[in-house]
Design a protein around this ligand. Structure first.
Ligand SMILES: [Zn+2]
Length: 143
């Protein structure tokens, strides 16, 4: 008898746990996961794969990030189909760090820290508007 109840409780808890799971995740402020850079060094150049797709998930233009990245790394970049070619050898870690800085400056809302933001050019000032909390803030222009 006690065995039956143990089993019953266990199954019940399990199915309850399972059905509650999606709600728990949705209620929780799930941490924004920073996408991972996929790059490789070949000779004297560095290739970044699928950067456009990665930037699409952030609702940012590949060209905007590349401006930032080439400033950070002090190099130049060409886009060739799905690949970006950087002059010189740059470790994946360096590029990843630059992406993280970019996200901090140009993607995450300073008010609520969510990534649901859009960049808008207002005259000479670039504004970031948050779709989650409605905040707007000026962001540093890229040269
Ligand atoms: Zn916000």
């Amino acid at each position: 008898m006690s065995k039956y109840w143990e089993k019953y409780d266990y199954d019940d808890a399990l199915s309850r746990g399972r059905s509650n799971l999606p709600q728990i995740v949705a209620d929780d402020d799930t941490r924004f996961e920073i996408p991972k850079i996929d790059s490789e060094v070949e000779g004297n150049r560095t290739f970044i794969n699928s950067l456009k797709a990665l930037m699409n998930t952030l609702h940012r233009k590949e060209s905007h990030f590349l401006k930032f990245l080439t400033n950070e790394l002090g190099t130049s970049a060409n886009v060739e189909g799905q690949r970006v070619i950087l002059q010189g050898k740059h470790s994946r870690n360096q590029i990843q760090k630059a992406l993280e800085r970019y996200i901090e400056l140009y993607v995450l809302c300073a008010t609520c820290n969510k990534p649901d933001t859009r960049l808008e050019q207002n005259d000479r000032i670039m504004m970031m508007r948050c779709e989650a909390c409605g905040a707007t803030q000026a962001v540093k222009a890229l040269k």
